[in-house]
Design a protein around this ligand. Structure first.
Ligand SMILES: *Cc1c(COP(=O)(O)O)cnc(C)c1O
Length: 366
């Protein structure tokens, strides 16, 4: 068949291993997944109560315009209805933006390592991918500016960045936005927005008002704990949204996903409870790294990338045998490191205890 040339050597996304698969493979009865930055506390109890009493008719197509959820987001953020687009997760939004703007002959600029879907989608469209190495674990915005030329269509700022958890400050971002040519779309991927508490990170909504080339992406998959429902949204200038909307599949969320995301958005108390617990959990990891002299990136998210001074694939495998699924840094362009989702206090303590034992066995720790 006449496949696109670039499809030939592409591989499907390698997700964090599913719990059931690891259970089967290693004959374990308890598995903790700290691999995909899901919320270890689940979702709002209000969503749970709703799901238990729900009688949605799933034979009916969902509202392609997502009116209920759209209104809830408008109220939550104070943006205009026409400034929003919803996706089947923000993965879908990344694909929509890419499909609308990239083709052979144009290029797109991003950090490395960063979220893999930016380059993956760009490759499918046959566009050139320009990856700019992180500097001290952070986006090197000056080098990214230099990588932009007249053929650049999209520049990606993953803020906070996955897999490092590091942020771009508002001051740096503001300067960057001013310098990027106005015909280049700037994507601010804020999948971990709710977790950030650094004062130098500020709300970016005003950039959408002031700049017609800025789009912000957020998701219900991480802090809201609704990864399985697949809901993300983007905020941009009305003209940008009206260009992207025809590229979107007509019914890209479900009736149920609209309802649960709406309820979850209205329970901000749950979000602050989870982010407070996340801060304490993060400290458990930071203290471990400091105690053992292991490098780590200062994370503003619910995961942390840190050094294990050992083969990260081996640590990944050995921890899996012990009942914990994490991500090997090797798969994330950070060999010698692992990325671990911050779990509950108990999960973190058990994980770090087992990791300490493993690293002693490996002769890394005394
Ligand atoms: C998890 C993640 C996404 C994708 O989330 P969805 O589940 O598709 O909404 C997007 N960007 C980053 C940086 C992520 O970590």
């Amino acid at each position: 068949m006449k496949w696109k040339q670039q499809i030939h050597d592409m591989k499907a996304y390698q997700p964090g291993k599913p719990i059931e698969e690891v259970q089967r493979e290693y004959g374990l009865d308890k598995i903790v997944k700290l691999a995909s930055n899901e919320n270890p506390y689940g979702f709002s109890p209000k969503v749970k109560a709703f799901l238990e009493s729900d009688h949605t008719n799933h034979a009916i197509y969902p509202d392609g315009y997502a009116q209920i959820l759209r209104t809830a987001v408008v109220e939550h953020l104070g943006v205009k209805e026409t400034q929003l687009i919803f996706g089947n997760g923000s993965d879908d939004l990344i694909a929509i933006v890419t499909r609308a703007l990239l083709y052979p002959g144009v290029n797109t600029v991003m950090a490395k390592p960063s979220f893999s879907q930016y380059s993956h989608n760009a490759e499918i469209e046959g566009a050139e991918v320009r990856e700019v190495p992180l500097k001290d674990g952070k986006h090197d915005l000056n080098a990214m500016l230099e990588a932009i030329d007249e053929n650049t269509s999209i520049v990606w700022v993953c803020n906070p960045n996955n897999p490092t958890g590091t942020i771009v400050s508002d001051e740096e971002l503001s300067e960057f936005i001013q310098k990027v040519p106005q015909d280049v779309l700037i994507v601010l991927d804020e999948a971990y927005f709710e977790y950030v508490n650094a004062p130098e990170y500020k709300n970016t909504l005003h950039y959408v008002e002031e700049n017609s080339n800025v789009i912000i992406m957020r998701t219900f998959s991480k802090a809201y704990g609704l990864a399985s429902f697949r809901v993300g949204y983007a905020i941009a200038n009305e003209d940008v949204i009206s260009k992207l909307d025809p590229v979107r599949a007509p019914f890209n969320n479900t009736v149920l996903s609209h309802k649960v995301a709406t309820i979850a958005l209205q329970d901000q108390g749950f979000i602050s409870e989870c982010t407070e617990k996340n801060e304490k959990g993060k400290l458990q990891f930071v203290e471990f790294c400091e105690k053992h002299n292991l490098n780590f990136y200062p994370s503003q998210t619910n995961f942390i990338l840190f050094e294990v001074k050992a083969d990260s694939d081996l640590v990944f495998k050995e921890m899996m045998k012990r009942g914990f699924i994490i991500r090997s840094g090797k798969a994330l362009s950070a060999p010698g490191y692992i990325r671990v989702t911050i779990g509950t206090e108990e999960q973190n303590a058990e994980f770090l205890h087992l990791l300490e034992e493993l690293l002693k066995e490996q002769g890394v720790l005394a």
